[in-house]
Design a protein around this ligand. Structure first.
Ligand code: KIV
Length: 273
């Protein structure tokens, strides 16, 4: 059967997210970078899986998101896509693959879509990346915007502090959000901005907003999976709610295994052939 004929009617699409936003149903998004975790997210019926360039931090151990490459993002994205049947899969365009050159932006986005099978891409920035957004959209590729704390610009700002706290910055963010909607982005991530500003932007837009450290008025929320599960340790911003303390559990299990091996408690009689 052709891929078209076997398409999954229960799959979340950008239209589903728009309907959810219109009906006031909150959108839940989490990151995944590999097949096993993406399988669990999809079993739990998450709405959106983001293959974030935060993979640079949590998977590869880089200090910033800048070093991750297009090939590496495609590797992570294709692993996630193989697992996901229900959620919309959005992939971050990595630093250096879309800024300042809209033709390169389009060819990077096409590579992500073709080689990973993802449903949409996400990129950071406002007016400065509009030409790239226009060109990517012209190829029929859905684009999610990202304003506020944009980690790919960390070297410009020098800090991960809350963004848009001055009136000028707040006005600029608001205007960029309107521009991204006018140009056709299907949704917008708002990262680490005052809750009142996120509410104002959400009320001014018709597309969904997805917040991280942006308060409760956005159309949805996103967290990095490894942070909310307590796998990462050092990252403790105010907005992060930890749903598990997995690092403690995993280290405990590893210590138990080591002890069993040393004391010859593993394997036992029923664990061998
Ligand atoms: O890369 C990422 O994980 C992100 C989210 C924090 C929104 O962009």
């Amino acid at each position: 059967m052709s891929q078209y004929l076997s398409s999954n009617v229960n799959k979340v699409t950008t239209n589903t997210l728009q309907r959810m936003r219109n009906e006031g149903e909150r959108i839940a998004m989490l990151t995944a970078y590999d097949y096993s975790i993406a399988t669990l997210l999809d079993m739990a019926k998450i709405d959106v899986v983001l293959v974030g360039d935060s993979a640079a931090n949590v998977m590869a151990g880089y200090k910033t998101t800048l070093p991750i490459t297009l090939d590496e993002m495609i590797y992570h994205a294709s692993s996630v896509v193989r697992a996901v049947k229900h959620a919309l899969v959005v992939v971050d365009m990595p630093f250096g693959t879309y800024q300042g050159n809209s033709k390169m932006a389009l060819s990077s986005a096409i590579r992500i879509m073709k080689e990973s099978g993802a449903d949409a891409i996400k990129l950071e920035g406002g007016s400065e990346v509009l030409e790239s957004i226009d060109r990517i959209l012209s190829a029929g590729i859905p684009v999610m915007g990202h304003l506020g704390l944009t980690p790919q610009s960390i070297n410009k700002f020098g800090t991960y502090a809350v963004r848009a706290t001055t009136e000028d910055e707040a006005t600029a963010l608001y205007e960029n959000a309107k521009l991204l909607e006018q140009h056709g982005c299907f949704a917008l991530v708002l990262e680490k901005i005052p809750a009142t500003l996120a509410q104002k932007v959400t009320e001014a837009l018709t597309i969904p907003t997805i917040g991280i450290g942006a308060g409760g008025a956005t159309s949805g929320q996103v967290l990095v999976f490894h942070d909310m599960m307590g796998i990462t340790q050092q990252f403790t911003p105010r907005f992060l709610r930890r749903y598990l303390n997995l690092s403690e559990e995993i280290v405990g299990a590893i210590e138990h295994y080591i002890q069993d091996v040393k004391e010859q408690n593993f394997p036992n009689a029923s664990e061998q052939y």
